[in-house]
Design a protein around this ligand. Structure first.
Ligand code: GLC
Length: 441
């Protein structure tokens, strides 16, 4: 039956075959690499990385004055910055893309922007463009490049918003100031396109103005003029390609086809000396499995400090995640979201040809796992990253009924993973699920 799946794919290829159609008969699409990638690493790095304040919000919310916040720039050295090592650490986690803050809401650019002097080159002892070498390191490690850019710029004199309870002016009353700001903002985005040609633009802060005010359609047009395949996240007032729930985990599958959960490793987006409330590798892995089960990605944040050192705790976690993603590659990368809720008490994914079903089982389970409503013959059951062959029992199949029986599988302790074990079912044909209410049919 593997053969029948391959034949089906070949048939689709010949019937639909064109340069825009892949072997699964789906249209090749600029989102393909993104939906295959599953794991990305987010990096928040800026003058807030001294570890005493939160990124930008510290002055906006008046926990510190704007001038004290900006004075942190004097100690931002980037002295141990090693972009090649960063890229290696990211690679070791299994991530296929990375998104770095080119400029947060505080307005300080990490690249050599020509639009103002507010950059690490002019304002910090680092005195250099920090973005270029990282983008190069990502490219040479075959990791897709994502650039975070804050539309909000609370330091810019032409930007209306400043502190939580005060702003510089109202857009309607001073359209000329706003137009000047928009030109600055669009010019910076165009610089990022021209200098870095990122695979993905990750905008933030769109909530402070409407699509019309941001001239979001022009931002998108300019990006696509430069690179028609560039992906734009969902924070451009309706002009993005995918949804970006933040921290809050979706319980049901989001409506948008493409989505990405962005999440901190502890409780902070930027480096904070006192924040040791780290999620464990087990917690991150189970969250990740849940995200890919619902067809999404995980963008996991790391926080280098002011000298460019990534905290050890974070490196260790990425390595642990990496060992797990490496062992279970087949069940993760390039798969489709899994079965809808109700068939299996846990996350699952499906191979692109739909002939393999992967079940994610938490470590240390004792009872059998069970699948409901799987209307397929099973060719074999194995454990990913392990040679074990597992047996199954079909329970409660009624000979005269169309309703599939329950499938019970026991997983010996010897083949259980320390984080999540992944069970692979080879099916006789593309997965078919019974979604009925039981009864006589
Ligand atoms: C937010 C915050 C910000 C953080 C971002 C990451 O919207 O404003 O500080 O960078 O989310 O998703």
């Amino acid at each position: 039956m593997v053969k029948s799946c391959i034949l089906k794919k070949l048939l689709l290829f010949f019937v639909l075959g064109s340069t825009f159609t892949n072997i699964y008969g789906q249209e090749a699409n600029k989102m393909d690499w993104f939906s295959d990638a599953k794991l990305g690493i987010f990096i928040h790095w800026g003058i807030y990385s001294l570890g005493n304040t939160s990124e930008s919000w510290a002055f906006h919310n008046k926990r510190i004055s704007h001038s004290d916040y900006m004075a942190q720039a004097d100690s931002f050295s980037a002295a141990n910055y090693n972009p090649g090592q960063w890229a290696k650490i990211i690679k070791s986690s299994g991530a296929r893309y990375s998104v770095i803050t080119s400029k947060h809401h505080d307005g300080i650019a990490l690249w050599n922007t020509k639009q103002n002097k507010l950059s690490t080159i002019h304002k910090t002892p680092a005195k250099r463009d920090l973005l270029t070498p990282f983008v190069e390191a990502l490219k040479s490690n075959n990791i897709k490049v994502g650039i975070y850019y804050s539309l909000i710029d609370w330091t810019h004199p032409d930007y209306p918003g400043f502190l939580r309870d005060s702003s510089r002016y109202k857009v309607q009353e001073h359209p000329e100031l706003w137009q000047r700001f928009i030109k600055f903002c669009h010019d910076q985005i165009n610089e990022l396109s021209a200098q870095f040609n990122p695979d993905l633009f990750w905008f933030d802060g769109d909530w402070e103005h409407s699509a019309e005010e941001w001239q979001a359609s022009t931002i998108k047009e300019n990006i696509l003029k430069h690179n028609p395949n560039a992906i734009i996240n969902g924070r451009l007032q309706g002009f993005g390609d995918y949804d970006t729930p933040e921290q809050n985990f979706p319980v049901t599958r989001p409506n948008l086809k493409y989505w990405e959960l962005c999440m901190t490793m502890n409780d902070s987006w930027g480096y904070q000396k006192k924040d040791n409330n780290y999620k464990s590798p087990y917690e991150i892995i189970t969250i990740f499995a849940d995200a890919i089960s619902m067809g999404g990605n995980l963008l996991l944040d790391i926080t280098p400090n002011q000298n460019g050192t990534i905290p050890d705790e974070q490196i260790k976690t990425l390595e642990e995640i990496g060992q797990w993603t490496n062992k279970h590659q087949e069940a993760i990368f390039g798969t489709l979201g899994g079965m809808p809720q109700g068939h299996f008490y846990g996350p699952s994914t499906i191979s692109k040809d739909s002939c393999k079903l992967f079940l994610f089982v938490p470590a240390k389970i004792s009872g059998d796992i069970v699948i409901k409503g799987l209307d397929n013959g099973i060719k074999s059951i194995g454990v990913v990253g392990n040679n074990a062959v597992l047996k199954h029992r079909v329970v409660g199949k009624i000979s005269w009924s169309q309703v599939p029986g329950l499938i019970y599988i026991s997983i010996p302790e010897s083949c259980q993973d320390k984080y999540m074990t992944v069970i692979k079912l080879e099916l006789d044909k593309p997965i078919k699920l019974y979604r009925g209410k039981g009864g006589f049919n």
